[in-house]
Ligand binder design. Structure first.
Ligand code: HEM
Length: 379
């Protein structure tokens, strides 16, 4: 998912802060980086990789931190695992996981959306896709929580330690798998080549770390955002229920993408300039740090009018939830399928979802986006 960067605004709902900032200036300088807030400037920077390089972090991430021909070579490998055909193959397993998780939840009582639905759904779907043993499930859940806590703490050393722990976990897994060919994604990656030579273990671990961070973290968080939105906006819930009842898969996926546009939990990605450039009226020097703020750009009134207006069809072409340009998310189709399936099963197995009367939803602690707790009642 592109080494997400979350910006600490110290506010309960970061979106309000970004909205206010963006109204004043399209690009602001904060904590040593240029934060790009307006839609036009985010698109301009994301689609000009020669000027806005992705080699912005100390850790080499495949393919996220690569540029040019090197990026294209590794990106071709990643894309092979995320084709429409492969995504379609995963759907029955995802549906079975979603159905089992939702059926096990009580009705007419408060349930936890993220811990009760989002996290187990993300971990089980991911493990099935990658061919990882069920025994790894608890370790992955614990890792996901630690990773989130480390991001929230803003402590880089702690974040690096958590990343290293993931690397060790996956290196062990690769060691166990080597020499025992299997037909799943992890087995295939072990036989993968780039420029005519096998991928190194470090490269495979880097690829898997990005997929896992994308799938586990963003998927669980997205479930929270979507369920919160459906519970809080009854007219939208009615509309999405009608789409599910009609079997309109494209309609449900468009709804999911529009809800994530309005409340985009995947906040920002880094770039570094390769030359002096002007952006949004600011003179930016070569080597300056840049943050493309997707959450802010996705609520730009110059493009979307009133940002909270829900219009899946009208807003689709400008939606930046999955980015734009050469690094546009290769996991978009997989994510939309996974989120559509969990929404279909959730709405198909309930008559209504409402906010819990006894406990309010709680925003994530910035710099993490989305919601920490979304208590709801399923009817
Ligand atoms: C709600 C879920 C997700 C969101 C919102 C999301 C969003 C994004 C965005 C905005 C980017 C662009 C980054 C940039 O320009 O620097 C990106 C890149 C990426 N995403 Fe996702 N993503 C999600 C899920 C996933 C999943 C499930 C996978 C894989 C299984 C994935 C794999 C990646 C990879 C590998 C990149 C880097 C691509 C490159 O550098 O060429 N993402 N994602």
């Amino acid at each position: 998912m592109g080494e997400p960067v979350e910006i600490d605004t110290g506010q309960a709902d970061q979106r309000e802060v970004y909205d206010a900032l963006r109204a004043r200036c399209p690009v602001v300088h904060e904590d040593g980086a240029w934060v790009v807030l307006r839609h036009a400037e985010v698109v301009a920077a994301a689609t000009d990789p020669d000027t806005f390089s992705s080699a912005a972090s100390t850790r080499r991430a495949i393919p996220n931190s690569l540029d040019g021909a090197e990026h294209a070579a590794y990106r071709a490998v990643v894309d092979r695992y995320l084709t429409s055909e492969r995504v379609a193959r995963e759907e029955p397993q995802c549906r079975a996981h979603a159905a089992a998780i939702i059926d096990a939840l009580p009705r007419d009582a408060t349930v936890k959306t993220i811990g009760g639905i989002g996290v187990p759904y993300a971990v089980r779907s991911q493990s099935a896709w990658l061919g990882w043993p069920a025994a790894l499930e608890d370790e992955l859940v614990a890792w996901m929580q630690d990773n989130h806590a480390a991001t929230r703490s803003g402590d880089r050393a702690r974040t690096a330690e958590v990343a290293d722990r993931f690397d060790r976990m996956i290196h062990d897994l690769l060691d166990q798998r080597r020499g025992r060919p299997s037909a799943d994604v992890t087995g295939e990656l072990l036989g993968e080549t780039v420029d005519g030579r096998p991928l190194t273990d470090d490269e495979i671990v880097s690829i898997l770390r990005n997929w896992t961070a994308g799938d586990l973290g963003s998927l669980a968080t997205s479930v929270g955002v979507i369920v919160h939105f459906l519970a809080a906006r009854p007219a939208v819930q009615h509309e999405v229920r009608a789409l599910v009842a009609a079997g309109d898969r494209a309609g449900v996926e468009a709804a999911v993408e529009e809800i994530l546009r309005i409340d985009d939990p995947f906040v920002a990605n880094r770039r570094v300039t390769t030359r002096a450039v002007e952006l949004g009226g600011e003179a930016i020097a070569a080597g300056d740090r840049i943050l493309l703020n997707w959450t802010a750009a996705n609520r730009d009134p110059l493009v979307f009018g009133e940002p909270d207006d829900y219009d899946p069809v009208g807003h689709a072409a400008d939606n930046l939830v999955f980015g734009i340009g050469p690094h546009v998310c290769p996991g978009r189709e997989l994510t939309l399928m996974e989120l559509r399936v969990v929404v279909e099963e959730l709405l198909g197995r309930t008559t209504w979802i409402e906010p819990a009367p006894d406990r309010p939803a709680v925003r994530e602690t910035p710099p993490v986006g989305g919601w920490a707790r979304v208590p709801v009642v399923l009817r």
